[in-house]
Design a protein around this ligand. Structure first.
Ligand SMILES: NC(=O)c1ccc[n+]([C@@H]2O[C@H](COP(=O)([O-])OP(=O)(O)OC[C@H]3O[C@@H](n4cnc5c(N)ncnc54)[C@H](O)[C@@H]3O)[C@@H](O)[C@H]2O)c1
Length: 253
């Protein structure tokens, strides 16, 4: 299916939340190209159904599942489908998320923000990652193999006055990752967090400055995530990895 000469994920199964768009979507195409069965979970079922069909047409293996990560029964159903269909879960990527104010087009500050918007931010970015980890990790522990990748953000490192709940939940990915890593380590289950700076999954991310003077192409982050999911990264666990064009050093331009 691909001209990629490596098939790092042949016979493995990956579940990706937020697989309908952006990096989650690209991860599914790349994982499938390298031999993985991908379970594509998103609240936007139409998007994942279309993408899964495209992957199958290219000779890959993909299953789309309608999942609102805020609902544990739906999260568990996606994990159950992965187990029934493919018999194992090797990789979980918790990619569903986003800054609530941006997602809902809200410009009022935190002091006036609707609690429903804040709740969405907490629930999708944090609760969803905890729920998916809870549903999947037992299967990984049983097989003594697996990796969970959580999406943090530069905002979780630096904070942002416009994204209070987002900053909080993305910092929380750090503690979630460390705790999962300690819990999973005796069973050879790893957990890592990837904290990107601006990524061009939407053009306006170019407005966020970095010392390198640009935002990342999605593939730059996705390639790194796939490396962390691969056997080459077998000794990496419990850590948060910035991929931010130097933004965390300051001196933006
Ligand atoms: N794009 C960036 O610049 C950037 C920077 C740092 C971190 N991140 C993080 O990386 C991850 C991916 O970002 P992106 O820009 O590629 O994403 P995106 O905005 O393109 O896609 C997010 C996906 O999550 C899905 N989603 C939303 N609510 C959901 C729910 N309740 N249940 C299931 N799915 C739901 C959406 O339908 C969408 O398909 C996010 O966690 C984001 O916070 C992104």
């Amino acid at each position: 299916m691909s001209d990629h000469n490596e098939k790092r994920f042949e016979g493995r199964t990956a579940i990706v939340s937020g697989a309908g768009s952006g990096m989650g979507l690209l991860e599914c195409f790349k994982l499938a190209e390298e031999g993985a069965n991908v379970v594509m979970a998103d609240v936007n079922y139409e998007a994942v159904a279309k993408a899964a069909e495209e992957i199958r047409q290219k000779g890959g293996e993909a299953t789309a599942v309608a999942v609102d990560v805020r609902k544990y029964d739906q999260v568990k159903a996606a994990v159950d489908i992965a187990m029934e269909k493919y018999g194992r879960i090797d990789i979980l990527i918790n990619s569903a998320g986003g800054a609530s104010g941006r997602v809902f087009g809200r410009t009022e500050g935190f002091r006036d923000m609707d609690i429903s918007i804040i709740d969405w931010g907490i629930d999708v970015n944090l609760r969803g990652a905890i729920y998916f980890s809870r549903a999947a990790i037992g299967h990984m522990m049983d097989r003594k193999s697996g990796v969970i990748i959580n999406m943090g953000s530069i905002t979780g490192e630096q904070g942002a006055p416009t994204s209070i709940d987002y900053g909080a939940t993305k910092s929380a990915m750090n503690g979630l990752t460390k705790s999962l890593a300690l819990y999973g380590a005796p069973y050879n289950v790893r957990a890592v967090c990837v904290a990107p700076g601006p990524v061009l999954t939407r053009p306006n991310m170019a407005n966020m400055k970095t010392p390198l003077g640009r935002a990342a192409e999605p593939i730059e982050v996705v390639d790194f995530i796939l490396y962390l999911a691969s056997d080459k990264a077998a000794f990496i666990t419990g850590s948060t990895h910035l991929i931010d064009g130097g933004r965390n050093c300051g001196g933006f331009r």
